[in-house]
Design a protein around this ligand. Structure first.
Ligand SMILES: Cc1cc2nc3c(=O)[nH]c(=O)nc-3n(C[C@H](O)[C@H](O)[C@H](O)COP(=O)(O)OP(=O)(O)OC[C@H]3O[C@@H](n4cnc5c(N)ncnc54)[C@H](O)[C@@H]3O)c2cc1C
Length: 667
């Protein structure tokens, strides 16, 4: 058989990891990217990458605890075997990146420095100042360039993936892409295609994500028949810098290095924050969650900040929602050494030095836990079978998804610094399986597929031409995008309500209809960004619809998906017997909700483009679900009742009992 050729779409951390590994294994790779790979959105990642390390091991940490924190953080919505495998690989991945030259911060003794991130009590996060993503990306880029020189990798930068090419049996045989400079089309035959195309934050208009994160590639795969998992789970990061053009992240590392979130107890207190005494401040996260403090997981911190501003009326400013994030107590030298990159961003865009004056921040859309549905093969030890072609494969044979564009690792809420890990892990880990899967294709089928490429090319050329000549439409794509973003931000972020979601779905359908009448202002056929944007706007509607429909149908609260109408009640009673009764009722309801809703949402694109939603059971074979309270003040009685029930039921699977970390697993 001829040497297989693999097409990787996307050159962020996931795409570069896969490309490097495939080339090392002797495979020829075409690497396609909208932007130069060094400008992929991964370059923006700030805070760090998680893995167990020698420091945390001394404190009782283990791969199992990392796995546990990730599953608990994700509200148990992830299949457990892939997450276990990822946590097991964490130390190897950080060591590998160290060897590849990532300038991780060091302690005075020369060890890698570590900081704490949300949703864990351990300092598990390795970091390179506050520009970790850039350092990781550049190191992988260097490796891929090496393979480029060797002739194993061919890069296609400024190319847009338009559609996967499927044969009559439904197997992926390659893709059609477009050169964004000459606007020419090209077919890329391949034995396997890997999508590593990142998140879809742009469909929310303003977010912390880069402007290329439109989700276009994923949407195109979805419309070609790939399933989409857990679309409704969108992460809203608690701390971003509000801006008229864009929302800029203030990384969790600021809290990892001691940053404290607070509001004045007097609404809209006009004093300089430095003049407000401690007794007149509310450190509301520390007060409600003393165990995790400012480092509760993102979904919880976001809801608390949103709540204190909107329901308790304690926003720092009257006309703009925000709270203080205070680093002024941390020595300047430490801040510059560990957080220089992000503090410069704040200073540049706000004109205020955050080393001296508390920052003003508010939540912003940041990450998509959902993504293309992918498969895995479970090993006898509870992790994954290395080299299985099922790992990371979508429901379309020969089409794989890795990195932020898959749905596999983060469940209902992603823990900070776990995405860089899942991107590199899925890229490295999938490679041998992708190669094994290539054999299944066969040469005859590949030859037959030339007719498929021709019709794919014709279809895309036709679509493009039809848009180019649409200069007389009455709709403006940029205006429609703003309307879509405002709508999605209003109804499908921190708080969700069924009547609003249903109305928004109808509105998105009408925006999509109007999009069909969009005019393009540039009819030239050279670097026509206007047409490219208009196309990608069209791709946002199917994703917006599956997010809204998934959210509408999921009548519960789980991780980032919060509906007040289905929220679990607080324990109000003070009388011990009554308190106990309330806690029992709480646990009954938790169990019922778990039975009904602990399921992955799977969206399939219907014949008219509408999402058809079904649900799949989640593999919880390694660790049973438990209430996710993070030491909430007032939640002790629930914890107690839950533990008694677990003891009575003899729950705690063998794998868990065998784990050295089991004793401390219920945080
Ligand atoms: C500001 C910020 C800070 C973050 N900090 C951290 C952190 O500290 N730790 C952490 O774990 N996570 C962090 N994250 C999340 C993390 O950065 C991302 O989830 C991760 O980098 C995504 O990597 P990726 O390889 O999947 O995709 P990306 O890096 O987004 O790359 C996508 C690639 O796909 C290409 N592409 C997309 N569409 C097409 C198309 N149609 N045709 C061709 N190519 C296409 C793009 O050109 C690009 O090369 C942060 C996120 C943000 C927004």
């Amino acid at each position: 058989m001829a040497q297989p050729r693999v097409l990787v779409i996307g050159g962020g951390l996931a795409g570069l990891s896969a490309t490097m590994r495939l080339a090392e294994l002797g495979i020829n790779v075409d690497l396609v990217s909208l932007v130069p790979v060094k400008r992929s959105h991964s370059v923006c990642a700030q805070g760090g990458i998680n893995s167990v390390n020698s420091l945390t091991r001394q404190q009782g940490d283990s791969e199992w605890k990392h796995f546990d924190d990730t599953i608990y953080g994700g509200d148990f919505l992830q299949h457990q075997p892939p997450v276990k495998e990822m946590a097991d690989w964490g130390p190897r991945i950080v060591d590998l990146m160290d060897r590849l030259g990532v300038p991780f911060n060091r302690t005075p003794e020369g060890f890698r420095d570590q900081r704490r991130f949300g949703g864990t009590l351990f300092k598990r996060t390795a970091f390179a100042g506050a520009t970790t993503g850039q350092q990781l990306l550049y190191s992988l880029d260097e490796q891929v360039r090496r393979w480029e020189v060797e002739g194993k990798v061919k890069k296609w930068e400024f190319w847009d993936f338009l559609e996967p090419v499927l044969d009559d049996a439904g197997r992926c045989r390659g893709a059609i892409c477009q050169d964004l400079v000459t606007m020419q089309f090209r077919a890329f035959p391949a034995d396997a295609v890997i999508l590593a195309t990142g998140g879809c934050g742009l469909l929310y208009g303003r977010s912390t994500m880069s402007m290329v994160c439109t989700g276009s590639a994923v949407s195109r795969a979805y419309r070609a028949g790939a399933w989409y998992g857990n679309g409704e789970f969108i992460q809203v990061h608690p701390t971003a810098i509000p801006g008229a053009d864009k929302l800029r992240l203030m990384s969790e590392s600021a809290r990892g290095e001691g940053g404290r979130v607070w509001v004045p107890k007097t609404p809209h207190d006009p004093r300089d924050p430095r003049d407000i005494p401690e007794s007149e401040r509310s450190y509301f996260l520390e007060e409600r969650y003393p165990k995790y403090g400012n480092l509760v997981p993102r979904d919880i911190a976001t809801r608390e900040i949103f709540d204190i501003c909107t329901n308790e009326g304690l926003s720092v400013e009257k006309d703009r929602l925000c709270v203080y994030l205070d680093l002024t107590h941390v020595p300047r030298e430490t801040l510059d050494r560990k957080l220089g990159g992000i503090l410069e961003i704040y200073e540049k865009f706000q004109g205020v030095d955050p080393r001296v004056v508390p920052m003003k921040i508010f939540p912003a859309v940041h990450y998509s836990m959902g993504g293309l549905w992918v498969d895995y093969e479970k090993s006898s030890s509870g992790g994954l079978v290395e080299g299985s072609p099922r790992n990371q494969q979508t429901n379309i044979p020969g089409l794989y998804a890795i990195g932020e564009c898959d749905y596999q690792y983060h469940g209902a809420n992603r823990l900070g610094a776990n995405s860089l890990l899942s991107c590199i892990f899925s890229g490295l880990f999938c490679a041998p399986g992708v190669i094994a899967g290539c054999d299944a294709g066969g040469k005859k089928a590949a030859e037959e597929s030339s007719r498929l490429f021709e019709s794919g090319l014709r279809r895309e050329e036709e679509r493009h031409r039809a848009l180019l000549v649409r200069t007389a439409g009455d709709e403006n794509p940029y205006d429609l995008h703003q309307q879509l973003g405002n709508l999605m931000t209003r109804v499908a972020t921190v708080v969700r309500r069924n009547e609003q979601l249903a109305a928004a779905y109808a509105e998105v359908c009408s925006l999509e209809e109007r999009w069909r009448r969009c005019a393009v202002s540039d009819s030239g056929n050279w670097t026509n960004q206007n047409v490219v944007f208009t196309k990608s706007l069209g791709d946002m509607f199917p994703l917006a619809k599956l997010i809204l429909k998934g959210a509408l149908q999921r009548d519960e609260c789980r991780g980032a998906h919060y509906k007040p109408d289905f929220a679990m009640p607080d324990i109000h009673a003070t009388d011990p017997a009554e308190k106990r009764r309330e806690a029992e009722a709480w646990c009954d309801r938790f169990e019922a909700s778990t039975r009904r809703w602990l399921k992955s949402t799977v969206a399939k694109c219907g014949p008219e483009g509408e999402p058809e939603i079904s649900y799949q059971d989640v593999d919880t074979s390694l660790m049973p679900p438990r209430p996710r309270l993070y030491g909430l003040v007032g939640g002790e009685e629930i914890e107690e009742v839950w533990k008694e029930r677990q003891r009575a039921a003899g729950v705690g699977g063998d794998a868990q009992k065998g784990s050295p970390a089991y004793a401390g697993a219920t945080s």
